[in-house]
Design a protein around this ligand. Sequence first.
Ligand SMILES: C[S@@+](CC[C@H](N)C(=O)[O-])C[C@H]1O[C@@H](n2cnc3c(N)ncnc32)[C@H](O)[C@@H]1O
Length: 221
Amino acid sequence: MVEDNINYEYIIRYIRRTLKKSEGQLAYLERYAAENDVPISQPETIKLIELLIKISGAQRILEIGSAIGYSAIRMVNAGAKTIDTIEINPDTAEEARRNIAEADVEGRVNVICGDANEVLARLEGEYDLIFMDAAKAQYNRFFENCMRLLRTGGILISDNILYKGMTATDELVLHRKRTIVKRLRDYVDMLCSNPMLDTDILPLGDGVALSLKTGDGEGRI
Ligand SMILES: C[S@@+](CC[C@H](N)C(=O)[O-])C[C@H]1O[C@@H](n2cnc3c(N)ncnc32)[C@H](O)[C@@H]1O
């Protein structure tokens, strides 16, 4: 298996060969992340997000989990007007700010340092797209505020939802990961049973949940 990816290695390698190689700062950040064990979005996952931004015309984006700012830079380059991105680790948030300044997208990306559980409660307004990419065990706790902050017709993307396949089958669940897997399963149930969301689980990267916030509980926007 490649990193935290649920697909066969030959499939991943094939898909990645089809994707355009990053250049300049993005290539540097990918190398830096690999060498320093910084978990950034997988190439096929961030490509999907870029396409969703382009297709939907999402302008205002909220990201939970900035790490070093890699996905925020890619999302803004894909056409987002503004991004608020939350990072709990102060040193990492500072790194993200430096990288964002270097990417020349500084005025459009706002790195908020803090625990998303507290930061989300303070945020106002409506976002066109929310990218949930922080501590998996806490997705359930972020959910209510995400629903409040996501506009009707907006997109919620939750990453690492299949967690190396463990979410899908007990056979793969490591003993020490039981709690986190249980929370992820509860989160998937929460997404799929919510009448305001239309959700699909994509076996891409480490598993991506793609949800559309509908207006009437009947799947209409
Ligand atoms: C997978 S990384 C984010 C990767 C980034 N989205 C990218 O693709 O470049 C997850 C980040 O979430 C941060 N994080 C974890 N728990 C958090 C929380 N409760 N609030 C805010 N950030 C959190 C971690 O410090 C880590 O940097």
